[in-house]
Design a protein around this ligand. Structure first.
Ligand SMILES: *[C@@H]1O[C@H](CO)[C@@H](O)[C@H](O)[C@H]1NC(C)=O
Ligand SMILES: *[C@@H]1O[C@H](CO)[C@@H](O)[C@H](O)[C@H]1NC(C)=O
Ligand SMILES: *[C@@H]1O[C@H](CO)[C@@H](O)[C@H](O)[C@H]1NC(C)=O
Ligand SMILES: *[C@@H]1O[C@H](CO)[C@@H](O)[C@H](O)[C@H]1NC(C)=O
Ligand SMILES: *[C@@H]1O[C@H](CO)[C@@H](O)[C@H](O)[C@H]1NC(C)=O
Ligand SMILES: *[C@@H]1O[C@H](CO)[C@@H](O)[C@H](O)[C@H]1NC(C)=O
Ligand SMILES: *[C@@H]1O[C@H](CO)[C@@H](O)[C@H](O)[C@H]1NC(C)=O
Ligand SMILES: *[C@@H]1O[C@H](CO)[C@@H](O)[C@H](O)[C@H]1NC(C)=O
Ligand SMILES: *[C@@H]1O[C@H](CO)[C@@H](O)[C@H](O)[C@H]1NC(C)=O
Ligand SMILES: *[C@@H]1O[C@H](CO)[C@@H](O)[C@H](O)[C@H]1NC(C)=O
Length: 555
């Protein structure tokens, strides 16, 4: 591992490059395949990812921790099934279908086998069976969890049906919904078969009437405003309350005040946040969490750091609160103040001024609150320093606690679903890197439209759906590929976060009724996840160009 001081020209350039990263509208760097791409098969993926990150981060220890602006793999991407919440539902497979088929054979009346006279009764269990079989055959990359009883479509012989599913690529137990319209017919042996199916979310009659929930989940803590908005009824990321005063008094808390990490890039944020959460776990304390994030300039179209972003825009708070004891900072401070005002005996608090006080030294601490303050100069004031050195042996970052926001993942499902999960994907890294000929001499040429056409033709069949994940801001840049493939770009799906979208409605609700911008981090997160769902995936580095991901001579 080189120290920053000893890597002269390249190190200097790298730092210059890094500090210049601030111009592109949505800086898209490379997937953190670094986290995982180290090829050995480790027994513990969480551990491995943290090792890889440790390496990345300690290399720039005293510089301002600028790795790249990519999206980190989070818990649901990593390679083990997370046994935190019950994977309660069983999935629909050929054998479960056969079982239910047996059951109804004896009880149902026989079908009228003349196709022309046939009336389709959508609630007939045999209709559902035909649809289940069809789906299993067509959508191989998803796991079907449960179906609702089909209902009439818009015409005779049409049925709409809704189901929940999981993508095999995603290791979490989160479920997504689809509802489609099917045309039924009578097949061989006088059974129902699916004669045709419409696309993603086409079965509008099967769409469950959505529960309306008022806006009580806003962070403000003011009286809940009643916004008549519909939302994904499966997301419950309301802020938990502590309960009664005595509950509060009985709790044990670990409180980190804002440190130098604030407004650093998202990887730095996660690395630090998970350190705090890890320490809280080690100390058996509830972590006091600030849901308000400052998003670094690199991800912002405005090119400025933006405060007041909600953790829940990016990550799954519902999952977090289920697997880790946390309390929201505002709630916590309010209860604390209230207690101190109304009681003679104040809440005992142990203030810790420096990260040099280790978690191990705090083990025996009995105070209600341990308050770590990070007032020193950078880099002394980074949260993650608490987990450095000997503490690393005791404190483990709970990677499994962080999943990407379900609201973003709904967009990912929607994009993949609209392509019927049948697409190939290419990752085209351009932007800063393509312009820097010193570190990436071939990249610009290798990702030029002509080169892409030539290269991809050897890998991807003509006229396949081709999803291009890219940081190239010019939409028409890939037009040449359009005479060979059905090209899809993130911007083709703008509507999914536009002002008529579910995402827009739901994030607005988290933001006290103000619209939320779909920022660069969200873009990269969605782009990356769609890319990951492609059947054939072509990477820029290794596949399109011989240049190295981190600049010349780094691979
Ligand atoms: C980083 O800071 C530590 C002290 O905090 C110092 O010992 C070390 O030499 C510094 N490393 C570099 C690369 O500047
Ligand atoms: C259906 O009927 C057949 C014979 O008529 C019988 O063997 C079978 O057990 C019955 N199945 C069920 C689920 O009742
Ligand atoms: C449709 O099938 C369901 C379940 O088999 C049955 O209860 C219902 O009466 C049928 N409706 C018609 C119109 O046949
Ligand atoms: C569904 O359609 C059938 C005819 O195709 C009709 O008999 C039945 O009443 C309809 N059911 C509902 C709930 O509208
Ligand atoms: C129809 O029945 C025959 C014999 O029972 C079977 O071999 C064939 O596979 C069946 N066809 C379909 C489409 O189920
Ligand atoms: C949401 O979760 C909280 C616990 O975090 C629970 O108290 C509340 O009842 C849940 N709300 C709904 C609508 O499920
Ligand atoms: C936390 O709880 C576990 C199990 O309840 C116990 O083994 C451990 O010693 C506790 N740690 C501290 C710091 O109290
Ligand atoms: C959505 O945005 C478009 C243009 O950006 C605007 O014309 C339209 O009025 C907006 N609709 C709503 C419901 O805000
Ligand atoms: C979003 O909210 C608006 C106004 O409350 C509503 O008209 C619209 O149907 C909602 N859109 C979606 C996709 O839920
Ligand atoms: C991309 O390169 C990697 C590493 O060389 C290789 O394993 C993979 O098969 C390539 N992918 C395609 C689609 O050619």
């Amino acid at each position: 591992m080189k120290e920053a001081g000893s890597t002269e020209p390249i190190g200097q350039n790298l730092i210059k490059l890094i500090s210049n990263v601030c111009f592109s509208v949505f800086v898209f760097s490379v997937l953190v395949f670094t986290v995982i791409a180290i090829t050995y098969q480790p027994p513990d993926p969480w551990l491995e990812s943290s090792q890889a990150l440790t390496k990345v981060f300690t290399e720039v220890e005293n510089a301002t921790f600028t790795t790249d602006t990519s999206v980190l793999q989070t818990g649901e991407d990593l390679a083990v099934e997370v046994a935190v919440s019950p994977p309660s539902t069983f999935s629909i497979t050929t054998s479960t279908i056969e079982k239910s088929e047996e059951k109804i054979v004896n009880s149902s009346s026989t079908l009228d086998c003349d196709d022309t006279l046939m009336q389709v009764n959508c609630s007939d269990p045999r209709v559902l069976i035909a649809i289940e079989k069809f789906n299993l055959k067509v959508f191989k990359s998803i796991v079907f969890l449960d179906y609702q009883t089909p209902v009439n479509g818009s015409k005779p012989k049409e049925c709409d049906v809704a189901w929940r599913f999981r993508n095999k690529k995603e290791k979490s137990w989160r479920k997504y919904r689809d509802f489609r319209r099917f045309r039924l017919a009578i097949g061989e042996n006088c059974t129902y078969v699916v004669a045709g199916a419409s696309g993603w979310h086409s079965g509008s009659n099967a769409r469950r009437p959505r529960g309306k929930i008022s806006g009580s989940s806003s962070r403000s803590g003011r009286a809940p405003r009643v916004l008549p908005l519909v939302r994904d009824e499966e997301i419950n990321d309301t802020i938990p309350t502590i309960g009664s005063e005595t509950d509060f008094r009985k709790g044990r808390y670990l409180y980190y005040s804002r440190g130098g990490d604030y407004c650093k890039n998202m990887n730095h944020y996660l690395w630090s946040f998970l350190c705090g959460l890890g320490e809280a776990q080690y100390l058996n304390r509830t972590f006091v969490m600030d849901l308000s994030i400052c998003l670094a300039a690199t991800y912002n179209p405005s090119n400025k750091d933006e405060e007041g972003k909600d953790f829940r825009y990016y990550f799954d708070f519902e999952h977090l609160k289920e697997v880790a004891p946390i309390v929201e900072e505002g709630e916590f401070l309010r209860d604390w103040k209230k207690w101190d005002k109304t009681h003679k005996k104040k809440i005992p608090v142990r203030k810790v001024a420096s990260y040099k006080t280790t978690p191990m030294q705090l083990r025996k601490e009995k105070s209600t609150t341990i308050w770590r303050q990070f007032d020193g100069p950078e880099p002394e004031n980074y949260w993650y320093r608490v987990c450095e050195g000997p503490a690393a042996k005791y404190v483990q970052r709970p990677w499994h606690a962080v999943w990407k926001s379900k609201r973003l993942m709904n967009i990912v499902s929607e994009i993949s679903g609209r392509m019927d999960w049948d697409f190939d994907a290419v990752h085209v890294v351009r932007g800063e890197k393509a312009q820097n000929k010193e570190l990436w001499p071939q990249l610009d040429g290798d990702t030029s439209p002509g080169a892409l056409v030539e290269k991809l033709q050897g890998i991807i069949q003509p006229w396949r759906n081709l999803y291009i994940a890219t940081n190239e801001p010019f939409y028409n840049y890939f037009d040449k590929l359009r005479s060979h493939y059905k090209v899809h770009l993130l911007d083709d799906y703008k509507k999914l976060w536009g002002n008529t979208s579910e995402w827009y409605n739901e994030t607005k609700l988290l933001n006290e009724g103000h619209p939320v911008e779909f920022d660069g981090y969200m873009r990269v997160a969605v782009d990356t996840e769609v890319l990951n769902r492609g059947k054939t995936r072509v990477e820029t580095f290794y596949n399109l160009t011989k240049d190295c991901k981190d600049g010349i001579n780094t691979c």
